[in-house]
Design a protein around this ligand. Structure first.
Ligand code: DAH
Length: 346
């Protein structure tokens, strides 16, 4: 009797399950066939009151029916869940363009500095760093610019409050030349270095003057007779040609710097008109770039080298100016302005 009833419940349950369409219906089905008060549960609960012979038949049958119904229930639940998903909506279009993540980028000065470094490294130079606030000795005296020398007026200096009266004063460097003697104190020639860096001048600002800007210094020293003005000219021409991506010529004009002898200023032929004359070069065909010369023996002496043993050239010019030429920027103040409308263009 009970056995037939169990088989009947199972069959009926399976049939009912096969016509279920929604989760709500499935829940009702679960209560009815597997719930605590379902017919099947009641039978299983009553097993303990049965005679042991009947128990042996009804028990396994009842448990098997329950298991089979539970399995069928789980399968139906799974199918209903899968059918409830809108696959079209869930579809991922792997070819759809992604959301752009905003990326940072480098400042034009940094871009130019990196390009300069790459070119010089390929020519066998080492990139050297130095302090932005340095002793007066390295910035001036060691470079043959003593305290009362008129050449001090060539570079308007910021003085640090409280430092004025100190014998060995610190100051924000006025040029990257401060690293020359610092480096030579610690190294013996041959040496080939460049020193890019930020410098400070106590100047009124306008479209072409700024109190803070970037320079780069180049120093190449070897035994007497190895490095000459011709070496400088060759390196400079190679550098500017690579930097501007076309053949650039160099012109030297006699000049004066306390730390070089002889000294000269150098121009490159105008990169816009190739020397023919245009508004940028004011019809001159040449653009003034920077200063250079053969290192004054007094500078070598300040570094602790013996007089007359070594010979080399030094040059320096504005990285900021070069960046302005490259990107055709007409106001130097934009560079350090932090104005994002300007910066975002690079
Ligand atoms: N330090 C100089 C300046 O800031 C530039 C300069 C001129 C650097 C001649 C040199 C040099 O190394 O030889 O105006």
């Amino acid at each position: 009797m009970l056995s037939e009833k169990i088989i009947g419940i199972q069959k009926e349950g399976e049939r009912a399950l096969s016509s279920i369409k929604t989760m709500a219906e499935l829940e009702m089905w679960e209560v009815k066939y597997l719930g605590r008060k379902s017919e099947l549960s009641e039978i299983l609960k009553g097993l303990k009151d049965l005679a042991s012979e009947e128990k042996r038949v009804v028990g396994p049958l009842g448990n098997a029916a329950k298991e089979s119904l539970m399995k069928a229930f789980e399968e139906t639940k799974e199918t209903l869940f899968e059918n409830s998903i809108d696959w079209e909506r869930e579809r991922i279009d792997v070819t759809a363009p992604g959301t752009a993540v905003p990326r940072g980028h480098l400042h034009p000065i940094t871009l130019v500095e990196q390009q300069i470094e790459d070119i010089f490294v390929s020519l066998g130079f080492t990139v050297v760093d130095g302090p932005e606030v340095d002793k007066e000795w390295y910035n001036f005296d060691a470079l043959n610019i003593p305290r009362d020398h008129p050449a001090r007026d060539m570079q308007d200096t910021f003085w640090i409050k409280g430092e004025e009266k100190n014998k060995d004063r610190y100051l924000p460097r006025t040029h990257t030349s401060n690293v020359q003697v610092r480096y030579m104190e610690a190294h013996t020639p041959p040496l080939r270095i460049i020193i890019p860096g930020r410098i400070f001048r106590n100047e009124a600002t306008d479209a072409s003057h700024e109190h803070t800007f970037h320079q780069f210094e180049c120093l190449m020293v070897d035994k007497e007779g190895v490095v000459s003005v011709a070496t400088f000219k060759h390196i400079a021409e190679t550098f500017f040609s690579q930097f501007f991506g076309k053949k650039v010529r160099i012109r030297l004009r006699p000049s004066f710097f306390p730390f070089t002898e002889p000294s000269f200023e150098f121009d490159i032929n105008c990169i816009l008109c190739d020397g023919k004359g245009c508004p940028v070069c004011k019809q001159a065909g040449w653009l003034e770039i920077g200063g250079a010369g053969m290192v004054n023996q007094k500078v070598f002496e300040a570094a602790g080298y013996p007089r007359g043993k070594y010979q080399g050239f030094a040059w320096g010019f504005g990285v900021t100016r070069l960046a302005m030429m490259k990107y055709k920027i007409t106001d130097i103040r934009l560079m350090m302005s932090g104005d994002l409308r300007f910066i975002r263009q690079f």
